[in-house]
Design a protein around this ligand. Sequence first.
Ligand code: PBG
Length: 324
Amino acid sequence: MVFPEYRPRRLRKNENIRALIRETRLSADQLVSPIFIMPGKNKREEISSMPGVFRLSVDQLAKEAKELQSLGVNSVILFGLPEKKDAMGSGAHAKDGIIQRGIRELKNKVPDFTVITDVCLCEYTDHGHCGCLIEETVDNDATLEILAKTALSHAAAGADMVAPSDMMDGRVAEIRAVLDENNFEMIPIMSYAVKYASAFYGPFRDAADCAPQFGDRRSYQMDPANSREALREATLDVDEGADILMVKPALAYLDIIRQLKDEFDLPIAAYHVSGEYAMIKAAAEKGWIDEERIMEETLLSIKRAGADIIITYFAKDMAKLLRR
Ligand code: PBG
């Protein structure tokens, strides 16, 4: 069928018809809101490079979770700013660490809310790398043990799901084994399977104070130029027992999200990261773009590319928009 018999504009005539044939829809219950937890009491500090995103002290978490829940967003992913850092990142698995306290607070006060934890060491190491070091190299195999301990401590504190973001080889298998040995066989692993060495993490590193003190993360995070390697990384994580595969960042890697969606039958998550958020906020502040429409269009593109779950600093704003 060709013009004039076929006219695509017939189905664009009004909003009712457009809605009838809409292929992709965002849903608040598939959004995950990141939360930064900081020491202290009654703290709510706005992150300068991420307007509208706050570092919260533990006592502020339940309020935040209830607000998210009232908007239909039922999950968060937690990041911590510990009181102290050391070479081995031992604060990451401290029984009374910042994340462990945050998890307990949330699970006590808002039990039906889903708490996902980021499992990584960079916020807890004084050198800012995602694992422990031998001289200036991150020691893959020694790091695995610390990561598994960290995931276990999160599960023991009550976390509903763990999300390793360190990019060490073999970490999903190690975490799965340790969780299973300790009767946490029902705790899913959302693996940051395909995580690129990206400049889009800039604002996050300020927010979580976790920039590497020397060098960069290119010896463990992926080269942005590669897509076949993404499939290899994802295959490894599937074989090691990942339950959900994540691609990160999102917008510059929509092709990767689509490839993973087509190649694998696990749920796909995408992390719409800090720099992606900051760029929209900055341009909107200047009045150069319409923030709300750009937010919606961006998140829609991530969903359309194949993401089931979207982790985004816009979770609350998007959920509010979906309510209207
Ligand atoms: C920890 C981690 C990072 C992000 C999530 N987990 C930082 C990094 O790898 O440098 C970035 C998230 C964002 O930019 O929003 N490794």
